[in-house]
Write a protein that binds this ligand. Sequence first.
Ligand SMILES: [Zn+2]
Ligand SMILES: [Zn+2]
Ligand SMILES: [Zn+2]
Length: 362
Amino acid sequence: MESLRERSRLGEIIVNKLGSERDFDIVKIMEYNAKERCCGWCYALGPTMRCSKCLRAYCSRECQVKDWKTGCHKLWCGKSGEKCVDYEIRDAGEKGLGLFTLRDFERGEKILVERAVATKPDALGRPIDSSKLLESTTLMSATMALAPTESSSLTVKFVTNSAALSDDDVEDGGSGLFLNFSRVNHDCIGNADHYYVPDLKLMLLVAKCAIPAGTEVTFSYAGSASSTQRGMMLRARGFQCTCTACQDPAIASELDRALELDQKILSFGSFGNVGQAIRAGESLIKLHDKFHASDRLYSRVYYDLFQIAITKKSSVKLGSKYILQAYTHALRFYGREEDEEVKRLKRFVDSPSAHRNYRIMD
Ligand SMILES: [Zn+2]
Ligand SMILES: [Zn+2]
Ligand SMILES: [Zn+2]
């Protein structure tokens, strides 16, 4: 239990670190507890009302309206998990807090959909945008409650807890700090995948497989890294993983094999080896089945196979089969027909010849 002196010290730190001149209510700042139900918009504890269509909770009508529009709840109402209803944040042993399911989730279901409370545009040392944090004292206290310690600066919290806002480190799309999503622990295989929807500015946490109630939700912090790279990244972050892949070298090498196959598909394709590309793709899909890969990865493999199959007249029909698979997996993952990726794939389902590769080798 902290003393009153420590409490006011924290208040001071919060005000100084976030650089605001507002008169903060220290008691309220100290109140936040990640384990409790909170407002879907401002994270205030003890919300008194809820969405009339789903169980999302709010502290006020004002927050509900903001969440409906700016938070895009109108798109996800009834389609995403809610803290303390569908999932909870609780102790996960040595890992500190973790996120656990309170009900069964099906593959593709959104465990949570969350906006960032602070963002950083890129790795170039540009400042963190913490303007959202200043919207409410509870939002700040929730942020201060993040690891490593309550009194560590926002910058340190950012380094420890932020998630990339772009896909697989392909490009530097910046990073964001999320209060509930940040509680999800690492596992090299994991049962969930995450994706930041840039046009909505929302992070999706998606079940990769059926997840029973009472299970910890995890994903790989290392994305599509090889086992060697993954080990280095995890050590740099200061923790040791005890997942099955880290304990069993045979599993780790199968995961590496999946990465190799992924690269081979496109290289075979670019040399016109359609048959070999398809064989590599089908081996990769078997590995994805084994490790219950995310629908996002399945969609990517099937799209690659489509791009290759349609280069030759003899495999165009197969291409149509692949693009339908790519679209079906993407729809389950992204969850909306209006999603940019889903729309892009749908266009090729309707008309494979709209793709620039169509029968280029005839
Ligand atoms: Zn609120
Ligand atoms: Zn709702
Ligand atoms: Zn591991």
